[in-house]
Design a protein around this ligand. Structure first.
Ligand SMILES: *[C@@H]1O[C@H](CO)[C@@H](O)[C@H](O)[C@H]1NC(C)=O
Ligand SMILES: *[C@@H]1O[C@H](CO)[C@@H](O)[C@H](O)[C@H]1NC(C)=O
Length: 177
């Protein structure tokens, strides 16, 4: 399907190795997590795969009407090979902009290892991939992140225009129990 190139933008998320919870009133905590989200479209083992597109989707334009399914690695640093794996981003993004590359992200960040092992954060929001900073909503969570709400900010770290592969820094600001 479409040139993977345009999809790069999606890389919204990043995580951080360093999560710092602070207790607020009512026993509620605020946690900041910085991490890197890796959308790999190239090669024989991609983490982002195209699953559908409209008959009218123009792959030379905004890819409006196309959908990707992702199981993207989340790491504590920008280098996928040398950084520590801290989880995965599983879900979909669809190209929902007719005149610009604007994605609708819907994904769960699933953490592995450490105190967040098995806990998830649900992220949903608009990702205008060519903007410097994209903000999305944290709409819920499980485990350590029960009753989560907050927001995520995504900044593109690297984008390979040729393949569409992208690494995106995500900063999550989460209030939870
Ligand atoms: C697809 O978009 C490109 C770039 O805007 C445009 O030149 C081309 O005519 C479009 N193709 C169709 C079939 O609309
Ligand atoms: C994380 O959870 C999984 C599933 O419960 C378990 O198999 C694994 O040992 C855990 N890892 C750590 C580092 O606690």
């Amino acid at each position: 399907m479409a040139s993977p190139v345009l999809f790069f933008s999606l890389l919204p998320l990043l995580l951080s190795a360093a999560a710092s919870p602070a207790t607020a009133g009512g026993g509620e905590k605020t946690t900041h997590i910085k991490l890197y989200w890796h959308d790999v479209l190239s090669g024989s083992n991609p983490t982002a795969v195209p699953v559908a597109q409209a008959a009218s989707t123009n792959t030379s334009k905004t890819l409006f009407g196309a959908m990707m399914v992702i199981d993207d690695p989340l790491t504590d640093g920008p280098d996928l090979k040398s950084s520590k794996l801290i989880g995965h981003a599983q879900g979909t993004y669809i190209s929902a902009g007719r005149d610009a590359v604007q994605l609708m992200m819907s994904m769960n960040f699933v953490f592995q290892g450490g105190k967040y092992n098995g806990s998830t954060v649900a992220i949903m929001g608009r990702n205008e991939v060519f903007s410097a900073v994209r903000e999305m909503a944290v709409v819920g969570g499980t485990g350590e992140f029960r009753l989560a709400r907050g927001y995520a900010q995504a900044r593109t770290h690297t984008l390979d225009i040729k393949t569409g592969d992208a690494t995106v820094e995500y900063n999550l600001y989460i209030k939870h129990r």
